[in-house]
Design a binder for this molecule. Structure first.
Ligand SMILES: [Zn+2]
Length: 171
């Protein structure tokens, strides 16, 4: 199997704001269907070869040519794409990830503040949003209100629409 870009079906299923943010950042995510060397190394003590993202490359052992028919994998894909976005916008570097232990925490704090969350926490929220968009649930509004790229995809609140409408009229 060869490395590949996202398929149209995958792009269509991801949260629209994330796709828009990736495009705006000029990110061209690539899925590499094998383990990264770092993941192979950690296999020695972790016992499994994890999915690992560095820059725009998502190393995903055994990744198929399309994830769109696999909801569980799509949620993980959205998680990894948050990392790609962070790398693209300069918020995250491979060294920065390793040097800041806050980046390794997957557990979310009591109060979600996008600016103070670590890399994995941001990715966990992106993944949560994908699930909540399908299952509904009380976390949907919380996810939408905290993830900045959600606002880029036409999900802005009616008040924002009104505000923008007002500006348009003034012009
Ligand atoms: Zn992650």
């Amino acid at each position: 199997m060869h490395q590949r870009r996202l398929t149209d079906a995958e792009r269509g299923l991801l949260s629209p704001g994330l796709v828009a943010a990736l495009d705006a950042a000029g990110a061209a995510p690539v899925i590499v269907p094998r383990a990264a060397w770092l993941a192979r190394l950690t296999w020695l003590w972790r016992g499994h070869v994890p999915i690992l993202t560095r820059g725009h490359k998502i190393y995903w052992p055994g990744a198929p040519q399309d994830f769109s028919s696999r909801p569980a994998a799509m949620a993980v894909l959205q998680h990894e794409l948050q990392h790609v976005l962070d790398f693209s916008t300069g918020r995250l570097s491979a060294l920065g990830y390793l040097l800041n232990p806050r980046n390794w925490t997957y557990r979310l704090p009591e109060i979600w503040d996008w600016n103070t969350l670590g890399a994995e926490q941001r990715a966990v929220l992106a993944e949560k949003l994908w699930r909540a968009e399908r299952d509904g649930g009380e976390e949907l509004d919380a996810c939408r209100s905290i993830i900045p790229w959600v606002a880029d995809c036409g999900l802005a609140s009616p008040r924002d629409d009104l505000h923008q409408g007002g500006q348009t009229r003034r012009i």
